[in-house]
Design a protein around this ligand. Sequence first.
Ligand code: SF4
Length: 394
Amino acid sequence: MPESESGIGDKEPRSLRQRPSRAVKVGTCTIGSSAPIAVQSMCATKTANIEATLAQIHLLECAGAHIIRIAVDNQRDVEALQQIRKETAANLVIDLQENFQLARAVAPLVQKLRYNPGHLHHSRHGMSIVDKVKFLVDIAGANSCALRIGVNFGSLDPARKAQGKSREHSAVESALEHCELVERCGFSSYVVSLKSSNPLAVVEINRRFAALRPEVPLHLGVTEAGLPPEGIEKTRSALVPLLAEGIGDTLRVSLTLPDAEKDREVRAAYEIIEDAHTGRVSSAAPSRAPALNVISCPSCSRVENQAFVSLAQHVKEALSDLADKPLTVAVMGCRVNGPGETDEADIGLWCAPGFVNLKRGHELIGRFSYAEVIARMREEAEDVLRKKQAAPEQ
Ligand code: SF4
């Protein structure tokens, strides 16, 4: 089903929930229990660019977003957020990524904080994970903020990765561990997300988690789904089956889009909810067939170069004749998630301000200008495919 550009009807997605998740308040929005499925999106603008960020919040709100996420990485972003807060009543969530200590400054300004268990290891090495979680919970509680424990395949807790278990196992175990850590602090106003760029994995890990902790509200999404329309189809293929099973209380469709078109994420989210509701499930089952898979992040304030969206588009175009080939190429906007999120791809590209890092599997091939990298990526792609064809069938 093509993405509609014509609006989203009544903007009140009906809940398909059959399981009793608990209610979590995020400002004027309730996630879980009998509330409608909440639609989320994220600003891709530089947070410090107050005017552009306010315009994007407005765009997303008008499309029907109930909750809008913003990245905050430094004091300049905090100061911008103070101004943004004065100008909008939107339900805002802050993505803390590596800088969990900024929670103290931002929590009074927003309704929800998102932390990634895999990123808590990056700063304050002398502080235990238990104490970092307690720090976040105490701040969230004191400011009536909800929390999201956001686990991603590309940034799993290094201690769990070192155990050598499957990423599916590690992701679910990490989420369960952090639920316990948060609850041990007496806090229950939290949701969990378990995301991967692989729709099959998204279905599996959310089913596993929902079976074990049905009362914890789930935020669904396929991370780095890429450019539309493929990114929408990938997301639909994972989220429609989950929603139809009553799994999922809120969701985000992560698409690589120019800033002015970010509202398409929200419109796609409503269409996916409607597909689940009307039973358009079977045609949306995730595919196991080998095919070209271009993964790209939705970009955010952290993107290192505004050329990122056109870079992703150029990668897709340069590989368009390889659509039926078993090749995965990942394009990421920054150093925060770029190195990790490209590890599992055949070819990875991640942006720096003046050049693009090109990887093959885990190996860094080199740094290339934005103009040069497409031709070099194509050479590497052809070589990967030649080697795959020459390798004996497993
Ligand atoms: S990879 Fe970087 S730029 Fe892209 S969405 Fe993630 S944090 Fe933002």
